[in-house]
Ligand binder design. Structure first.
Ligand code: 5GP
Ligand code: ZN
Length: 120
């Protein structure tokens, strides 16, 4: 985390959390917000993002936040009807080898179509 859990001025997800782009939240809690991915890879593709600036999963040292992120991801899946149907996938990319492009921890919630096996 950034010292003191402060937001990062230039971080795009911190800016979304602050409401600077008027991004619609599909769900939110005191710990995290959820909004649709700009380039959806599935009918449901929502990002679950902590309100505080945490760079990646390796930096997540707050158990309550870890639980809260998973809880909100599941709430999104339920609201999108995915827990009644074919199911859903939750994933995070940590670091360049995994393809992380935004350095603010986020969970992808994907569903609404059969998803290919995650390892190519
Ligand atoms: P990563 O590759 O880091 O795991 O995922 C970053 C995701 O953030 C990508 O799927 C990308 O489409 C999404 N993204 C990047 N910038 C924005 C943005 O400004 N708004 C939204 N809604 N999604 C974004
Ligand atoms: Zn950030």
């Amino acid at each position: 985390m950034v010292a003191g859990g402060a937001t990062s001025e230039d971080c795009v997800f911190c800016r979304i959390v602050r409401g600077e782009f008027e991004t619609a939240f599909v769900a939110e809690s005191d710990l995290a917000v959820a909004f649709r991915d700009l380039h959806p890879q599935a009918p449901t593709h929502v990002l679950v993002v902590p309100r505080v600036h945490v760079v990646a999963l390796r930096d997540l040292d707050d158990d309550a936040l870890a639980a809260g992120l998973l809880r909100l991801a599941t709430e999104v899946a339920r609201c999108e009807g995915l827990t009644e149907g074919g199911g859903f996938r939750v994933l995070t990319n940590d670091g360049p080898d995994a393809g992380q492009t935004v350095d603010h921890l986020h969970l992808h919630v994907l569903g609404g179509r059969p998803l290919p096996a995650p390892l190519a």
